[in-house]
Every structure is written in C-alpha cells, then in structure tokens.
Design a protein. Structure first.
Length: 129
C-alpha cells in the first residue's frame, strides 16, 4: 500500500522535500536505510511525461528521506514526484503531490512570500457606511 504527502512551494525555486518510506508489506518506517537510485524517483509536471529527477533522495534518519528538486523541476503548476523501488521493492511506493504559487504559471499566482500585498480595488458596487 503506497502513501503520499502534499506540499505547496514557490514556482521555479529549488526546494527540499522530506518524506517517509515504509518497509515493504508493513506499516513501519524503514528500519535499515535504503539507497534509492536513478530511475526510482520520477517527476511529472502538469500531467506531462514522467522523467527521472535530477537528484536522488538522501537518508535523513528514522525512515525519513529528503529530495531536492531543482528550480527547473519546480517550474509547473502541479508536480507529482513518485518514489518507487524499481528493482527489489524494499519499500512501499510513495508520492509527493506539489502545487506551486507566486508566478503567473503557478497553480496559485498569488505570492505567499510577499509580506505586504498591493491590492487594486475599484469603487464600483461598493457602498460607504
């Protein structure tokens, strides 16, 4: 049984994602660190063709791994990363579902990193109190 995590990150900016991997056939986090290799992690941008990620995941601790997606890999409105052991099936499949913000081509154009937003308003339809 696979699992997934959901993230929202800024469009076109390199980002690190942390995620758990579980031992195959159990609900336990990986007891012995595994080493995902090229082909085990794929990135799918805007429902397009799957491609190998530029980087392979690294082990953090206690079954938690991290993966860096490049700025180019982050240039999409919707991104799906799959982590699948393509050879020996040591871990359960995992997916990272990512939506982006802060760019006209992002899922959400509004930039959450800007502390003060300038919002244009018009007086049409607004009544004073």
């Amino acid at each position: 049984m696979g699992s997934f995590t959901q993230e929202m990150r800024k469009y076109g900016v390199e980002a690190t994602f942390n995620f758990p991997l579980t031992d195959r056939g159990t609900l336990d986090f990986e007891a012995t660190p595994v080493a995902p290799t090229t082909g085990d992690t794929k990135v799918i941008k805007n429902e397009g063709v799957a491609a190998n990620t530029d980087n392979d995941p690294g082990t953090e601790t206690f079954g938690v791994y991290s993966l860096v997606l490049t700025a180019t890999e982050m240039q999409a409105a919707r991104i799906i990363v799959t982590i699948v052991d393509s050879a020996t099936k040591l871990w359960e499949d995992h997916a990272i579902l990512i939506t982006t913000y802060g760019h006209a081509s992002a899922q959400h154009a509004f930039d959450l990193d800007t502390a003060v937003q300038t919002v244009a308003t018009t007086g049409a339809g607004i009544q004073g109190t």
